[in-house]
Design a protein. Structure first.
Lengths: 598, 80
């Protein structure tokens, strides 16, 4: 529970001829965390080369990935029984799929072309095409102008014939002038923002529309086909994708091994209790050609957290932060106890607790992935809220039973309890830190660095007892303890320990947020209730308003409390609690062969 | 009458003292969080897995405002 799964470092050495079989076994067992081989200057080993089929496999993988992502397929794949049949079938499937996609692509291109022709403004001009030819003494201009041309041509003493059509903001024009006036006309045209454009030949709107309809129908048919096709083959496609991915991963595994002319070496970590199974399986299938040895060097060993089912969701907090290092205590269990307590202490209200219980109870069943984990954590937190709701006697901010501790009327006591919780929590942290130091740096360091803090606290307590005249012991005992503890801390943690001396108090004071955040939550609830209460007396409309205020106010306060309280509770763990013992930096245990999601 | 006015002024000053304690602390905390939050979001844009570290660093100054609250509370208590 507190310890991560014990690991053993393993090295598998064997003949290259057995490499494939070994990989298959390791992949199927899913118990070994492979450590990539890295070439160092002096070794005779080289990084392995992928198996021959890797290239073909990764090509197929690209193909199938494109189809699977086109359909957005997800879910649990079935198993592929016969690779050769599946491969043949996939080739057929891929051909049909790419045929249909190509059809759609070319139809789309044709459609775009037709639409462009349809939208050409020059087609709007109503003029018989037979007039558009070369003349001996007439020049013809066709194109687009920005200004209306008719007015611009007036009063220039040139003879002209103009056909003009407004198209959007511009004008499509055909202008006939005498050859001798060509230059004059050109100047006027340029001043009107003229750009030359030919009138397309053989244009017929009807024909284009007809073809457009045909193309659209074709696209639609191809799309329908693809849709049916996807529905029919989705199971197979997904299964084949995962299957290919597995084969590809196996084929590329030699890249993670060290190889010589005819041998290979694979190193990694396995959980200690699975060693026997691994040995048996390897011996029974590859026998003498592979040799396994173990070493106790657990430097950089991966971390597999090992917690009972009820604590499992709380491992998420370490996932988000960092894994403990191999010899450190796994704090998930401690967090599973204190996180809900802190949360409930801040949001202690029977009503809010029950609302959250309903929401996250539902989500814990329905949601997937991280949200599911969060929901499970928040169920415990909501239960704790209900519990503290009874302690504080609060139901949606209203006092509904005689409270053990009243947050509104006895704030001093609540503040005291909050700081006391901090005192206990931080000292638990120091004790865990003592254990971690003991395992990692020995007894001396553990006593100096961690018990030093506890001694410092005791010294301050002795001084305080005297100063507050609770016990007449004088200043001397307290002062001695404090000085000794400071010396211990200096020896244990160096100058850093001295700099951090005041932090132990600011850390404990930080737990006053348990009181402060709680008080603000109650205050908001009280304000909502008061507003609703005064509206209630103002007749029917007032009653409706009061209900609206109550519902919206309490929903908002629940949401606010949920966010604030979980963040503050989390922060107390990450900053104040973890600061006392947790170093982290461990690597997560990822067994070779574990299927990655999508 | 004079005593009444003096009492009112006294309690008013106490309230203002408490308000200054919490307001100053809150402004300081907000300022600090603004600086850290900006940097944290910038780092997160590059490396999304820094979310939790960013969050932790951002909420560290939150303690300041809680100290402010405690002081404000003590002012009111001691004065009363």
């Amino acid at each position: 529970m507190f310890k991560t799964t014990p690991m053993a470092k393993i090295r598998i050495t064997g003949l290259k001829s057995s490499m494939k079989a070994t990989i298959d076994i390791l992949y199927a067992l899913k118990i070994m965390h492979l450590v990539d081989f890295s070439k160092n200057g002096t070794g005779f080993l080289d990084i392995g080369t992928p198996f021959m089929e890797a290239k073909e496999l990764s090509e197929s993988l690209v193909k199938i990935d494109s189809i699977v992502s086109f359909y957005g397929l997800r879910g649990k794949p079935k198993k592929i029984e016969n690779f050769y049949e599946a491969k043949k079938f996939f080739e057929k499937v891929f051909e049909e799929f790419s045929g249909a996609s190509a059809k759609i692509a070319s139809a789309k291109a044709r459609e775009a072309e037709l639409r462009q022709r349809l939208a050409d403004p020059m087609n709007k001009i109503k003029i018989d095409r037979k007039y558009l030819r070369e003349y001996d003494n007439i020049s013809v201009f066709t194109g687009i102008t920005k200004k209306q041309l008719g007015q611009a041509l007036q009063g220039h003493e040139i003879q002209f014939r103009l056909v003009e059509e407004k198209t959007g903001e511009n004008y499509a024009i055909v202008l006939f002038v005498q050859k001798k006036d060509t230059e004059k006309a050109r100047t006027i045209l340029l001043n009107s923002g003229f750009s030359e454009q030919a009138i397309p030949e053989g244009f017929s709107e009807e024909k284009i529309l007809e073809e457009l309809a045909a193309v659209e129908k074709e696209t639609l048919q191809a799309k329908e086909f693809l849709e049916k096709f996807g529905k029919k083959n989705s199971q197979f496609l997904l299964a084949y994708k995962f299957f290919l991915r597995e084969l590809n991963e196996k084929a590329e595994t030699p890249l993670r091994f060290g190889v010589s002319q005819s041998t290979f070496v694979a190193t990694g970590f396995v959980p200690k209790k699975t060693i026997k199974e691994l040995k048996n399986r390897l011996e029974s299938s590859v026998g003498e050609t592979v040799h396994i040895d173990f070493s106790d060097s657990l430097e950089n060993a991966p971390i597999k957290l090992n917690n009972p089912k009820i604590v499992k969701p709380f491992e998420l907090f370490l996932d988000l932060y960092t894994m403990p290092s191999y010899r450190e205590i796994d704090p998930s269990f401690l967090m599973a106890i204190t996180f809900p307590i802190f949360f409930g202490f801040m949001l202690g209200d029977v009503g809010y607790g029950i609302i959250m219980l309903a929401i996250f109870g539902f989500l814990a069943f329905k949601a997937k992935g991280q949200l599911k984990g969060f929901s499970r954590i928040l169920i415990w937190s909501a239960l704790s809220s209900v519990f503290f709701g009874f302690v504080f006697g609060e139901l949606f901010g209203a006092e509904f039973i005689e409270p053990l501790l009243n947050r509104v009327h006895e704030p001093t006591q609540v503040l005291g309890v909050a700081i006391a919780i901090g005192f206990v929590h931080i000292n638990i942290g120091l004790l865990v830190g003592f254990y971690n130091e003991l395992k990692n740096h020995g007894l001396k360091k553990a006593i100096l660095a961690k018990l030093g803090w506890i001694a410092f606290e005791s010294g301050i307590v002795l001084l305080a007892l005297d100063a507050l005249q609770i016990a007449q012991i004088g200043m001397i005992p307290g002062a001695i303890v404090v000085l000794v503890s400071i010396a211990m801390l200096y020896m244990g943690e160096g100058a850093r320990g001295l700099v951090e001396l005041p932090s132990i108090f600011s850390n404990m004071l930080s737990y006053s947020r348990l009181f402060a955040v709680g008080l603000s939550s109650v205050s908001i609830a009280l304000v909502v209730n008061q507003m609703a209460g005064s509206l209630w007396e103002a007749g029917i409309v007032g009653m409706i308003g009061a209900i609206v205020i109550l519902v919206i106010g309490h929903i908002l306060n629940t949401a606010l409390g949920l966010l604030g309280c979980s963040l503050h509770s989390l922060r107390l763990h990450y900053v104040e609690f973890f600061g006392k013992f947790f170093k982290g930096g461990g690597q997560k245990f990822v067994p070779f062969g574990q299927i990655k999601e999508n | 009458m004079v005593a009444d006015v003096a009492g009112a002024i006294n309690s008013g000053l106490i309230a203002i003292g408490a308000a200054i304690a919490i307001a100053g602390a809150a402004i300081a905390a907000a300022w600090a969080e603004k600086e850290i939050g900006t940097a944290a979001v910038g780092a997160m844009a590059e490396k999304p897995e820094l979310f939790v570290s960013g969050l932790i660093l951002t909420v560290i100054p939150e303690t300041i405002v809680i100290f402010g609250l405690v002081i404000a509370y003590l002012i009111v208590q001691i004065a009363a």
